[in-house]
Design a protein around this ligand. Structure first.
Ligand code: PAF
Length: 275
């Protein structure tokens, strides 16, 4: 695997790489990322990945400083996963001057759910993703469904700006007890780790109830909220939404997804399940 720390080096490698699939990450790679790398290989001659912890998408008081940086281990995992090129710029490469131009996705998509609790997050995320796509210029780019709202915003950005890339979604990878893999799981104490799968179980209960014909969404969301709170969680939201735009469903035959974010101790976890 070749490691590129400059845009020039990355572009020179890209020029001879044939059909390219790209997986952007913030590092601290787990099996969910590695599954995306494997999926990427099915779409391309060469797989490119990036590791860049993007300051722009972290709010004040969030975990930018303590976000785990594990470059050596990440390189070994990427190499083993068959990634040909890693783009690992530092901030002086990605932001040689303070970024003044931002992608501002539609407020209807950024003021809800994650956006309500992480103001500015999606502007920073979309800005770096646009920049990374411009640098790598892949035919295909892959993003996990665990960040469902992020995936929707990127898909819409690509469509609305007519970017010449196809976005492919990767399924969420879970541990045996249901916890969605996330770099932030590493923040959990042993007791919190034992409790954490409740988030998935709570979402699964809502999914199963809706599939069984219970359409009282407010009741289901309220019960789920109470269940988490009773076990020491501080839920930000638990919401059943349309998959297409993450707005409240108008009809129960819309394709739906249930999404949640909740704090367990100092750790904020997110998860979702398609219904
Ligand atoms: O999902 C992530 O890891 C990040 O939001 C991304 C897409 C790499 C942009 O920084």
């Amino acid at each position: 695997m070749q490691i590129h720390t400059t845009i020039e080096s990355l572009r020179a490698a890209r020029a001879g790489a044939g059909r390219t699939a790209f997986v952007p990450t913030m590092g601290n790679l787990h099996a969910g990322h590695i599954a995306l790398m494997g999926q990427a290989r099915e779409h391309a001659d060469s797989v490119f990945a990036s590791v860049f912890v993007n300051r722009l998408q972290f709010g004040a008081g969030e975990d930018f400083d303590r976000y785990p940086r594990t470059m050596q281990a990440d390189c070994e995992k990427l190499e083993a996963a068959g990634v040909a090129h890693l783009f690992a710029p530092d901030e002086s490469v990605m932001y040689p001057q303070p970024q003044r131009y931002f992608v501002a996705p539609a407020p209807a998509q950024t003021a809800i759910l994650e956006g309500e609790f992480r103001p500015g997050h999606f502007d920073g995320m979309a800005t770096v993703v646009l920049k990374l796509l411009n640098i790598v210029q892949p035919e295909v780019a892959l993003f996990g469904k665990k960040d469902y709202q992020q995936l929707m915003i990127i898909t819409n950005m690509v469509r609305e700006f007519a970017l010449p890339v196809r976005i492919v979604a990767g399924d969420t990878i879970r541990t045996d007890d249901g916890l969605a893999l996330s770099s932030r799981n590493g923040y959990l104490s042993p007791e919190e780790r034992a409790e954490a799968p409740r988030l998935h179980r709570t979402l699964a209960r809502i999914r199963d109830a809706i599939r069984a014909g219970d359409h009282d969404l407010l009741k289901l969301e309220t019960e789920a909220h109470a269940e988490l709170a009773a076990h020491g969680w501080a839920p930000d939201y638990i919401a059943v939404r349309r998959r297409a735009d993450l707005q409240p469903p108008a009809h129960m035959d819309d394709a739906l997804v249930v999404l949640a974010a909740a704090k367990l101790g100092r750790t904020r976890l997110i998860d979702n399940l398609e219904i």
